[in-house]
Design a protein around this ligand. Structure first.
Ligand code: FUB
Ligand code: ZN
Length: 647
C-alpha cells in the first residue's frame, strides 16, 4: 500500500490505497480493434436492445407503478428485476462518459426520473416489497434481493458521478438516500442480517469512495463480517450457496453460487484495502489462488453446477455441464481487478484477459442483440434458435437468446464493455503499467508531475505485435518505468526498444510476468512487444477427471473449439465422433487454426466398454478448422467441444 488516490478516475473502482492507481476514461481510451469494435456494437445496439426489453417486459414500468401507488397490481418480472434497470443505467453512464452521446444522455435522464419517482420518502426503493399485498421490507433476506438491487443502484450512481461529476439528474441523490436508509436499518444496533445475494457490499464501498461518506464503508464492512454467521436460513444447497457458511476471512476458496461468491469477494477486497485489513486481504488472495488453480474452466469461466449456479468442488469441472454464467465471469473480473490494484500481480490481469476473451466476448452475438447466459464447453446436441421476441427461461437456451426471464447477463456484459477502457492500464508513483492490449491511448500525470503519453498500436490478438509509442518528452533526469504484462502462456516473448534519436536498438527475451522498461522516454521512442501467437496444445491437470485424456487448442488469449459446422458433409458431422490425431500439431492457415483429427463412424457397438484401446475403428486423419470459442454458435445450430479427446 503505497499510494493515496487524489482525484477520482472515471473508473468503476477507485481504492483509497493500493500498489496501483486505476486510470479512468479520461486517461485511457480504447481506440479500436477487438475490444473497440465490441464497445461500438454495445453502444449502438446492445444498450437500445436492453432498454427495449426492459420496457417490453414491464420491468421499467414497475417503477412507474410504484410511483403511481398501484403496486403490487401489474408488477412484472422476478424479485430482482429492478437491478437490471440499474445495471442498464450504469452501462449508460459509462457509455456517455466514453462517447458523450446526447441521445444516451436523454435516455439516462428519463430512466433516472422514473426511478426517482418510485423512491419513498425515507429513501426505500424496491418495487417488490413493502406495500400492502407485498412482503414486508427486509422480510426475505434469503431471496428478496432488496439489498442486492441497491448495490447495483449504488454502482450506477458511482459511474454517473465519476463520469459526470455533479450532474443534476439526481441519480447520486437517490443512491445516497437509499444508502442512508440501509445504514439506519442494518447498521450497529439495527437488523443483524445480510442479503442472500452479495452485491450491496461492493456498491456501498464504492459509494463511500465516491462521496467520502465513511458510514457506507463501515456498513459494507459490517455486511462482509456478518457472512458466515448463519443469519440466513439453511437451504437445500446449504448456507454456502449464500457464502453464509464460513466467515470470509476463514474461507479457503470461493464456493456456493458463483456470482454471489465473486461479488462478495470483490466487496470484501474493497473493505480490506480501505480499512487496512491485511488479514482479510490475505485470505482473499488465498481464495483467489485456490479458486483459479482448482475451480476455474480453461475459458476463465466459473461455476460447474446448473442446479444452484454454483462452484463445484476442487477439480469438478465437467465440460458438458459447465454453467460458467456470464455474470460469474464479470464477477471474477471484478474480484481480480481489485486484487490487481492492491498487489500489482500480473496473474490477476492474466485471468481478467482470459475471462474477457472467452466469457465476456462469447456472450453477445456479433450484433449485440442476443446473449449466452451459461457458457458450456461442450454442446452435445445442436441448440434450438430462440425467436427474436422470445424470453428464454433462465439459461436453458442452448444458443444465444435475446432475453431471459432472469436477464442478469446482458446488462452485465453491457456495463463491462462500456467501462472497459478503465481495465487497460494503471499508474504508480514511477510509471504506467499496461495490463490489457488494445489499440489505445494513455495520457496521465504521475504523482510528481511527470507526464506520460502513450499510443498503443496493435491488432492483437490477430497478431502478437504490440507497439507502444511515447508521445511526450521526459526530462533527461526524470525517467519513468513502462511495465508490460507478459501473459503466462507467452513463453518466448521478446521486447525491442527503438529509440527515436537513432540510438542503438535494445532487444531482450521476456519471461512471463511484468516486463519493465525504465528510461527518460522521448517523443517517438517505441517499445515493441512480440507475444508468441502460434497455436498451442494445452493439457488439463489429471485431477480434472471430466476431461482427462482430452486436449485444448489455444492461441494467444483465445481458447479454440471444434464445431460441427466445420465437419462433413459426410458421415462425420458431429464432434462426438472426432478425436485429435496423434500428430495433432495445430497449424495456422488462411486466418484459421487447423488440426488433424481422426473420426469414427456413428455406428454403435453393443456395449461402450471393453479392452483398453478398443472402440470402433478410426478413419484416416483429416484436417479441420477450429473456431475461436467466443465465435462459436454464430453459423447455426451445431455441436461443439473445447476439450477434444487425444487420439
Ligand atoms: O439472483 C440474481 C442473478 O440471477 C444471479 O446473479 C444470477 O446467477 C441469476 O440467478
Ligand atoms: Zn447472469
Amino acid at each position: 500500500m503505497t499510494m493515496q488516490t487524489t482525484t477520482a478516475p472515471q473508473a468503476p473502482v477507485a481504492p483509497t490505497r493500493g500498489r496501483l492507481r486505476p486510470l479512468g476514461q479520461q486517461e485511457v481510451r480504447i481506440t479500436g480493434g477487438f475490444w473497440g469494435d465490441r464497445q461500438t456494437v454495445n453502444g449502438r445496439n446492445t444498450l437500445a436492445h436492453i432498454e427495449s426489453r426492459l420496457e417490453s417486459e414491464g420491468w421499467l414500468a414497475n417503477f412507474d407503478r410504484a410511483a403511481a401507488g398501484t403496486l403490487p397490481e401489474g408488477r412484472r418480472g422476478r424479485e430482482f428485476s429492478d437491478s437490471e434497470g440499474y445495471k442498464y443505467l450504469e452501462a449508460l453512464a459509462w457509455e456517455i462518459g466514453r462517447t458523450d452521446d446526447a441521445d444516451l444522455e436523454a435516455r439516462l435522464r428519463a430512466v433516472v426520473g422514473r426511478v426517482a419517482a418510485a423512491q419513498e420518502a425515507d429513501g426505500y426503493l424496491n418495487t417488490q416489497f413493502g406495500r400492502a399485498g407485498q412482503g414486508a421490507r427486509w422480510s426475505d433476506l434469503e431471496w428478496g434481493h432488496e439489498l442486492y438491487c441497491l448495490g447495483h443502484l449504488f454502482q450506477a450512481a458511482v459511474a454517473r458521478e465519476r463520469t459526470r461529476p455533479g450532474a443534476d439528474d439526481g441519480l447520486l441523490r437517490i443512491a445516497v438516500r437509499a444508502a442512508d436508509l440501509v445504514c439506519a436499518e442494518f447498521g450497529p444496533g439495527g437488523r443483524d442480517g445480510i442479503c442472500g445475494h452479495a452485491e450491496v457490499e461492493v456498491g456501498l464501498a464504492e459509494l463511500s469512495r465516491a462521496t467520502g461518506e465513511p458510514r457506507y464503508l463501515e456498513q459494507a464492512r459490517l455486511f462482509v463480517e456478518r457472512h458466515g454467521r448463519g443469519t440466513l436460513h439453511d437451504i437445500e444447497w446449504g448456507r454456502k450457496y449464500f457464502q453464509d457458511d464460513v466467515p470470509v476471512r476463514d474461507a479457503t476458496a470461493l464456493r456456493g453460487h458463483a456470482v454471489r461468491a465473486n461479488y462478495l469477494a470483490a466487496g470484501a477486497a474493497d473493505v480490506a484495502v480501505d480499512t487496512g485489513d491485511d488479514e482479510l486481504l490475505g485470505a482473499l488472495r488465498g481464495q483467489w489462488d485456490r479458486t483459479v488453480a482448482r475451480r476455474t474452466y480453461i475459458t476463465g469461466g466459473q461455476g460447474s453446477h446448473h442446479q444452484d449456479e454454483a462452484f463445484g468442488e476442487d477439480w469438478e469441472l465437467p465440460a458438458d455441464r459447465a454453467y460458467s454464467e456470464t455474470c460469474a465471469g464479470v464477477g471474477s473480473i471484478m474480484f481480480s481487478w481489485r486484487l490487481l490494484l492492491a498487489d500489482g500481480d500480473a496473474r490477476h490481469a492474466d485471468l481478467i484477459e482470459r475471462t474477457l476473451f472467452n466469457v465476456v466476448a462469447t456472450s453477445p452475438a456479433p450484433d449485440g442483440r442476443s446473449f449466452f447466459y451459461a457458457n458450456t464447453l461442450h454442446q452435445r446436441v445442436p441448440g434450438i434458435p430462440a425467436e427474436p421476441d422470445a424470453t428464454s427461461p433462465r439459461a436453458s437456451s442452448s444458443l444465444r437468446a435475446p432475453w431471459f426471464e432472469v436477464s442478469c447477463c446482458p446488462p452485465n456484459v453491457a456495463r463491462t464493455l462500456a467501462s472497459l477502457d478503465a481495465y487497460v492500464a494503471t499508474a504508480d508513483d514511477d510509471g504506467v503499467q499496461l495490463h490489457q492490449y488494445a489499440p489505445s491511448t494513455v495520457r496521465t500525470t504521475l504523482a510528481d508531475g511527470r507526464v506520460v503519453a502513450l499510443d498503443v498500436e496493435t491488432d492483437y490478438p490477430v497478431s502478437g505485435r504490440i507497439r507502444v509509442i511515447s508521445r511526450a518528452d521526459a526530462a533527461p533526469d526524470a525517467p519513468w518505468t513502462l511495465t508490460l504484462r507478459v501473459p503466462a502462456w507467452a513463453a518466448g516473448a521478446r521486447l525491442r526498444l527503438l529509440p527515436t534519436d537513432g540510438g542503438a536498438t535494445e532487444e531482450r527475451d521476456l519471461p512471463p510476468g511484468a516486463a519493465e522498461v525504465r528510461r527518460a522516454f522521448r517523443e517517438g521512442d517505441v517499445v515493441e512487444l512480440d507475444l508468441p501467437m502460434a497455436p498451442r496444445v494445452t493439457a488439463p491437470d489429471e485431477r480434472i477427471d471430466a476431461v482427462r485424456g482430452c486436449l485444448v487448442i489455444e492461441r494467444g488469449p483465445e481458447v479454440f473449439a471444434l464445431e460441427s459446422v466445420d465437419l462433413g458433409p459426410g458421415d462425420v458431422d458431429d464432434v462426438a465422433q472426432v478425436a485429435l490425431a496423434a500428430s495433432a500439431e495445430p497449424v495456422e492457415r488462411d486466418g484459421r487454426v487447423w488440426v488433424k483429427v481422426v473420426a469414427r463412424g456413428a455406428d454403435d457397438g453393443g456395449w461402450p466398454y471393453g479392452e483398453p484401446g478398443g472402440g470402433p475403428p478410426a478413419h484416416a486423419s483429416v484436417e479441420v478448422p477450429l473456431v475461436a470459442y467466443h465465435d462459436w454458435a454464430e453459423r447455426g445450430p451445431s455441436t461443439m467441444r473445447v476439450w477434444i479427446p487425444a487420439g
